[in-house]
Design a protein around this ligand. Structure first.
Ligand SMILES: [Zn+2]
Length: 257
């Protein structure tokens, strides 16, 4: 069985190390040093590097780790990531070397133009979604449109509910504070806040969550809910025409929250 470990980096990034029988792969190694230390401490050999998008806090350690371990680098075909040995896009399937771990690729543009996500299907489903879907939030729109991002989020929301969501940052508590402003009557959100706050109190990551939990509490996946739409209209000070306008409004709202 593949185990997934969080390697914290910078202020609030998680670099994800996948591991089985002494072999490892890393998703979004923004910094080589903490990954290298984790590999040494746990007696692991690195067999593959996977990238979701081109931002430095996700790929800053790629070239150094690839040179050191002489391992392949998988990443998005159209996002300007250097040093790729395999360029990926929607529908591509890979088996992670060393781990015999199958992943399917989704195009999820919005945060960046060429952002991809990696989905593992089966009994223990997992998605590595970089800076697209966050626990109770979503990434900023640096290169894409609200329409692209909401389509990308809809793809992720359509994954099986039990799918564990490995996003790349610990933003959960501030995302929950915003979600409460949007949807104060959501009982599942109040319950989630208590649970996640307890984890942070113990110094434990709130990530991964699950797709089911995101569907129930993440306002960016709930733009068709009347309470979310009403809050967005109050904030906009005008009527909004449908879930996409609601999404665009609450994404803007969150930028200044
Ligand atoms: Zn990013």
């Amino acid at each position: 069985m593949v185990r997934i470990h969080a390697v914290p980096a910078f202020q609030d990034n998680y670099l994800w190390v996948l591991e089985r029988d002494g072999r490892a792969a890393v998703v979004d190694p923004g910094d080589a040093a903490p990954v290298q230390r984790f590999l040494e401490d746990n007696g692991l050999a690195l067999d593959a590097i996977l990238a979701t998008h081109h931002h430095g806090d996700h790929i800053g350690g790629v070239l150094e780790l690839a040179a050191r371990w002489k391992c392949p680098v998988f990443g998005p075909a159209h996002d300007g990531v250097e040093g790729l040995s395999r360029r990926l896009g929607e529908g591509d399937r890979i088996v992670v070397p060393g781990l015999d771990y199958a992943l399917r690729v989704l195009d999820v543009p919005g945060h960046t133009a060429g952002h991809i996500a990696y989905v593992h299907e089966g009994d223990d489903p997992v998605v590595f979604c970089g800076d697209t879907l966050f626990a109770c939030g979503c990434g900023r729109l640096f290169e894409g449109t609200p329409g692209q991002m909401s389509e990308s989020l809809a793809k992720l929301a359509a994954l099986p509910g039990e799918t564990r969501v490995y996003c790349a940052h610990e933003y959960t508590m501030s995302n929950i504070r915003f979600a409460e402003a949007v949807e104060p009557g959501n009982a599942r959100l109040a319950e989630r806040k208590a649970r996640e706050a307890a984890k942070r109190g113990r110094g434990v990551p709130t990530v991964p969550s699950t797709i089911a939990e995101e569907r129930a509490t993440n306002p960016f996946l709930r733009c068709g809910e009347p309470e979310v739409a009403a809050a967005a209209e109050r904030h906009a000070g005008r009527p909004l025409d449908g879930p996409l306008q609601v999404f665009a409004e609450i994404r803007e709202w969150k930028n200044r929250f």
